[in-house]
Design a protein around this ligand. Sequence first.
Ligand code: TGC
Ligand code: FAD
Length: 390
Amino acid sequence: PQAPDPQDFLALDATLSAEEADIRDTVRAFANRELLPHVADWYEAGTLPDPRGLARAFGELGVLGMHLEGYGCAGAGAVAYGLACRELEAVDSGLRSFVSVQGSLAMYALHRFGSSEQKREWLPRMAAGEAIGCFGLTEPDSGSDPGSMRTRARRDGADWVLDGTKMWITNGSVADVAIVWAATDEGVRGFAVPTDAPGFTANTLHRKLSLRASITSELVLEGVRLPGDALLPGSAGLGSPLSCLNEARYGIVWGAAGAARACYAAALDYAGTREQFGGPIAGFQLTQRKLADMVLDVNQAGLTAMRIGRLKEEGACHRNHISLGKFGNVAAAQRVARAARSLHGANGITLEYPVMRHMANLETVATYEGTEEIHALSIGQAVTGVSAFR
Ligand code: TGC
Ligand code: FAD
């Protein structure tokens, strides 16, 4: 047998189909050419300087809604979509987030719950990156417990009128359409809100210390009057937005494995070239222990992502599989990023190396799409049958 490849220790890449490997290579080449050279500057600036150009570039690459069928979407398999997320997050969590929010949250909500008119109006343009979507579930006083939302939609004749505030909304201030979740007399329902509707404003949030290469916003809805057909007719109850989250969380299972891989690769490279006490730091036992722990975390995260992806392709992926993947892979990525940061010494705290940027991003990744505690409780409930959320 061949000795393990340090970059793919468990030879997981050999289990990919030729088409999947092709998609991985295409996204990796794009990421290395178009994103990696700029991401430290974007991160330092605390923004994405050209979100519309970026959306169009992602659209051309074919990753926006790539796992959806029809309306200009690629209809790719779950593993292929996961591989794209992994390559993007190997560059930066904020870039995977851009693609997740567009494809897995805003487009998925329209695709699954929208009318055929809404799908025809938005999906082809969103797949091409000509229109940007955001997904507003979280509120200032309603994060882990979205069932407590205060945003309200009431019927007024044939119209709907929306009032409320959404918080921490990725791409909110650059979006053309906001998928807004609101409480109604019939329970929680989704609305496609054009962001030029009177009464809708979006304010960019500043001074973030994590996910800086990403735009995060507050959405304010003050008496936003929408025609009856702004309602996503298939949405019914809190389960509707939560089922969109499963899609985005699935992307994070793969994405976190990408961030971990990037930190490990940087650490391995640094360990081989940095010399102290007359030799490369890779030669010290304590460094090798760090690298061995990283190899284990990176490969276990890869295995978890692959297994959950194959379950999804078989139609056998339960939301608790995804909770386990998000819970485990984000924690693994955080361990790898932290160890990689320490291995880089002082250089590790700068933007010249990717490790602290990933480490800081992963604080967000561990928080959004269900915090570590929320996923622990979902897994706890799944194995004990007892809910401990309240
Ligand atoms: P609970 O009573 O358990 O559930 C209400 C209804 O929803 C169903 N359900 C789900 N359906 C599909 N997928 C899931 N993951 C679901 N979880 C629950 C459930 O069966 C029930 O249906 P029905 O028909 O019986 O009514 O609701 P709860 O109020 O007790 O809350 C459960 C909890 C805590 C697990 C849930 O609310 C939760 O997941 N909280 C975390 C919130 C969260 O993740 N927010 C993310 C916002 S979006 C975001 O962060 C984007 S970041 C950008 C990026 O992705 O890059
Ligand atoms: P809280 O829910 O207030 O939690 C605070 C702490 O209490 C956490 O440690 C939590 O785990 C813990 N906790 C809560 N409940 C329990 C419990 N029952 N048992 C034990 N511990 C508990 N949201 C969107 O809707 N759309 C977006 O596009 C979006 N993008 C985001 C981008 C960024 C950069 C960030 C940081 C967040 C984004 N979010 C978005 C919001 C995100 O989903 C929420 O931050 C997340 O769901 C947690 O909510 P919270 O911040 O209000 O924390």
